[in-house]
Design a protein around this ligand. Structure first.
Ligand code: RIB
Ligand code: CA
Length: 308
């Protein structure tokens, strides 16, 4: 099988960093066309610098990085320094990047990449959906050039940034509504799934023993404030997106209609899954609720061993 073409939209972000490293470690399976960055966990200047740092760490400096939207479509940017640190990669000791982002905004780069790719591309979103939403509005024809959207986002059992909402959807709910309505195959990986993928001490110990610099950085990420988010290890939310691509058998969940709340301030960004077909809406998402977490960490360890 030839490698699957993917593009990654991201707000690094500690768990984004793990996802990007995983994507870089499997060139026989994934043809990474490049990265677009978005304001999210930290402002765009930092998410872009962090994306460059991670590609240098992975030895993949040939991959283009284009800075995209610094803020949501309608709302001011919400960041998460309390989780990722002011730098966005708290706990790591990566030097400032030597490589630079490519000229040109991330949204037109997404459009150009999708319109010129030799085959439909899988779009992996690891942050707020602003870039992809605006690309779909600016050039609707890209929808036909998208094989699948695999998005980390949403929650059906309570939020993280707010009681009713998960961060990526909460930051730009209007963008999420545009993407959810685009008509292309969407695989949604919500907190219900990613909260199961936690850096438990024994998993952390195995990663720490791998011995590569990339594994060391992931160990630093997994160790940072390991007592946060419920005190049982950091969840590697975004890494589930790449794991789904490489080992789809590790995940499962229903094909259902999913909507997002955009008008209420109390429940802004809440994602609603219609499992009983009450709304009569199209089943626009495969929502992955189940994951083999041990299988995930086995995959992660094998990939980190392949990196510098
Ligand atoms: O809610 C978790 C998501 O928000 C992850 O993508 C994390 O990196 C933040 O962007
Ligand atoms: Ca992210």
């Amino acid at each position: 099988m030839p490698p699957r073409p993917i593009l990654i939209d991201t707000d690094p972000g500690q768990d984004d960093a793990v996802a990007i490293l995983m994507a870089c470690a499997a060139p026989e399976a994934l043809d990474v066309l490049g990265l677009a960055t978005v304001g999210g966990n930290v402002p765009i200047e930092l998410t872009t610098a962090n994306a460059l740092r991670i590609l240098e760490l992975a030895g993949r400096t040939e991959l283009p990085v284009h800075a995209g939207c610094p803020r949501p479509i309608l709302r001011p940017l919400t960041t998460a320094p309390e989780i990722h640190g002011e730098s966005g990669l708290a706990g790591t000791d990566l030097p400032a990047p030597r490589i630079a982002a490519r000229p040109g905004h991330g949204v037109p780069w997404i459009i150009e990449t999708l319109m010129t790719a030799l085959e439909p591309v899988t779009v992996c979103t690891l942050g707020p959906l602003t870039n992809l939403a605006l690309a779909l509005v600016m050039e609707p024809r890209i929808a036909g050039r998208i094989a699948e959207i695999i998005a980390m986002g949403g929650s059906f059992s309570g939020g993280n940034v707010m009681p009713a909402a998960e961060f990526n959807i909460y930051v730009d709910p209007e963008a999420a509504a545009i993407v959810l309505g685009c008509g292309r195959p969407i695989t949604l990986i919500p907190l219900d799934c990613t909260w199961q993928v936690r850096a438990l001490p024994e998993r952390l110990a195995r990663i720490a023993r791998i011995g590569t610099r990339s594994a060391e950085v992931v160990s630093q990420i997994m160790s940072y404030r390991a007592d946060s988010e419920g005190g049982v290890g950091r969840p590697l939310h975004d890494a589930c997106v790449i794991a789904r691509l490489l080992r789809p058998d590790l995940f499962d969940g229903p094909q259902v209609p999913v909507q997002v709340e955009t008008s209420s301030e109390l429940t802004r960004g809440a994602t609603l899954m219609d499992r009983r077909g009450r709304t009569g809406l199209p089943a626009n998402c495969r929502v992955l609720l189940e994951v083999d977490a041990d299988g995930f960490f086995e995959l992660l360890g094998g990939l980190l061993a392949r990196l510098p």
